[in-house]
Design a protein around this ligand. Structure first.
Ligand SMILES: Nc1ncnc2c1ncn2[C@@H]1O[C@H](COP(=O)(O)OP(=O)(O)OP(=O)(O)O)[C@@H](O)[C@H]1O
Length: 210
């Protein structure tokens, strides 16, 4: 059986979605497929007319860098670089660190409540590291923000800050927000909930409401 089998699924622009499911249900595969990290064997992954299934890997990578902000459980920050440098690094690698992006990086960091953009990330708390990761995810104003267990390694207070920032900053940017999570406090704040079970969608609150 395929790891993931989804006959049809649509997201509205700007929608906020929680994806839940037991360990091994396919959540990571789902994240990898919708973000273009992993290729689908059959079907389409269509984002506003761009079908990721038809793009070669290097074009998928370029598309993802421009259109998807990723926030992972373990932050994926670069030690030795400051908060600001971490926020700007992916844009720099894509030759997209314009003056506007640099301004936006500072504004986003300030918006997360971090007041020392020059602080090396390895000296930060886990909650602060995740704020940097959120600022980085949003710096190129992506159409979609995808977070994989963004609060899993944080205490409840930090988790709430991260939920506020993810939802608030994605909403302000008009981005669609997809969050894979087991965290009831975070899930309860996302209006649409999708449950995966053995690679299939076993529940979709939107479909259920129709
Ligand atoms: N490339 C692959 N080839 C074969 N099996 C795979 C592959 N990728 C994932 N799987 C299997 O598919 C199932 C779903 O994996 P996936 O990592 O998406 O689950 P998950 O819901 O994210 O789990 P967890 O919450 O434990 O991380 C697992 O049983 C996994 O072993």
């Amino acid at each position: 059986a395929p790891v993931l089998s989804v006959p049809a699924l649509d997201f509205a622009a700007g929608e906020n979605i929680a994806v839940t499911g037991a360990s091994g249900s396919g959540k990571s595969t789902f994240v990898n497929v919708v973000s273009g990290l992993e290729h689908v064997r059959e079907g389409q992954v269509d984002w506003s007319g761009t079908d990721l299934a038809r793009l070669a890997e290097h074009r998928r990578d370029r598309w993802r860098a421009a259109h998807v902000g990723l926030v992972m459980q373990d932050f994926h920050l670069f030690p030795g670089l400051s908060a600001l440098e971490n926020v700007l690094l992916p844009a720099r690698l894509a030759s997209a660190a314009s003056a506007a992006v640099k301004r936006r990086a500072r504004d986003l960091l300030a918006g997360t409540g971090l007041d020392r953009p020059e602080q090396p990330v390895e000296t930060m708390s886990r909650g602060e590291m995740q704020r940097v990761a959120i600022a980085r995810a949003l710096v190129r104003a992506p159409g979609v923000v995808i977070a994989d267990e963004p609060t899993a390694s944080l205490d409840a207070d930090s988790g709430q800050v991260i939920a506020d920032l993810l939802i608030g900053l994605s909403g302000a940017a008009g981005a669609t927000l997809i969050v894979v999570s087991h965290d009831p406090a975070l899930i309860s704040r996302l209006p649409r909930r999708i449950t995966l079970d053995r690679g299939r969608i076993s529940h979709d609150s939107k479909a259920a409401a129709i």
